[in-house]
Ligand binder design. Structure first.
Ligand SMILES: [Zn+2]
Length: 252
């Protein structure tokens, strides 16, 4: 078998391995995305819960202030009832009016905070519902990932064993060239030569579709030596029907 023929065997096994792993990778990406979204919702939840704690404390503080001022108002009213002079009465009345304004300010402050609390509680309920939904999605994603992994395990192991066998025959330098290309191009590391026009000796690269010199075809036909596309650099090979089409009938 030629170097190219040996590499094609490795390439075909690798393509199957990548195909198998791609479903697992997709499941992993999906799980990653679900976990990320779940994390975002958790952060939002924590932030709103913090705001709620703060607002609840400050609302009850305002309510406390309002009732403290109110007690003072009641006290002053009592004293107004017992006022001995008009002057004393008027002084107390002025003080009461000032305190009433202060009380109203605290009451408004409390109401304002209670309204904000109401809005935040609605938001929190929505986020909690989304969170519960996302938890379910994450669980589904995790079990899907596990399933994909189990699904391919045996087949993957068999293919990896097959790969170990077929690479044994491949010369080190060719394997290295191939591995480097796989690193960059995955399934496009190798490509078949395609016949554009046999009579005119027009051939193209199956990966980049650019035309190839006739030497590429003859190198593969005669020695099957490592032949790269002059345009994209992938390793070229001949499919069986192309080889047959290029071999004169007498030679078959
Ligand atoms: Zn090419």
């Amino acid at each position: 078998m030629t170097v190219t023929g040996k590499l094609v065997r490795v390439y075909q096994v690798d393509k199957q391995i990548r195909g198998l792993k791609s479903r697992l990778r997709a499941a992993e990406r999906f799980l990653g995305e679900q976990s990320r979204l779940l994390g975002e919702l958790e952060a939002k939840k924590v932030a709103i819960e913090g705001q709620l704690r703060q607002l609840t404390a400050s609302a009850s503080n305002e309510e406390g202030e309002a009732s403290r001022v109110n007690e003072r108002v009641e006290e002053l009213r009592e004293r107004m009832n017992n006022a001995r002079t008009n002057k004393e009465y008027k002084a107390l009345l002025t003080e009461v009016n000032t305190l009433k304004e202060e009380r109203a300010k605290h009451e408004d402050g409390a109401i304002e905070r209670l309204e904000k609390i109401e809005t935040l509680r609605t938001q929190l309920a929505e986020i909690e519902a989304q969170h519960a939904e996302r938890v379910r999605m994450t669980e589904v994603a995790a079990s899907e990932r596990k399933e994909r992994e189990a699904e391919i395990k045996d087949r993957l192991k068999a293919l990896e064993g097959e790969r170990d066998q077929v690479i044994e025959d491949v010369p080190g330098s060719a394997l290295q060239a191939y591995d480097e290309l796989v690193e960059q191009r995955e399934d496009e590391a190798m490509a078949p030569i395609e016949i554009a026009d046999r009579k005119r000796h027009e051939f193209t690269c199956g990966s980049c579709m650019m035309s190839l010199p006739v030497e590429s075809m003859s190198a593969l036909l005669s020695h099957g030596s490592l032949t790269k596309c002059v345009s994209c650099g992938c390793i070229l090979y001949l499919e069986e029907n192309t080889r047959e089409a290029m071999t004169p009938a007498a030679k078959k």
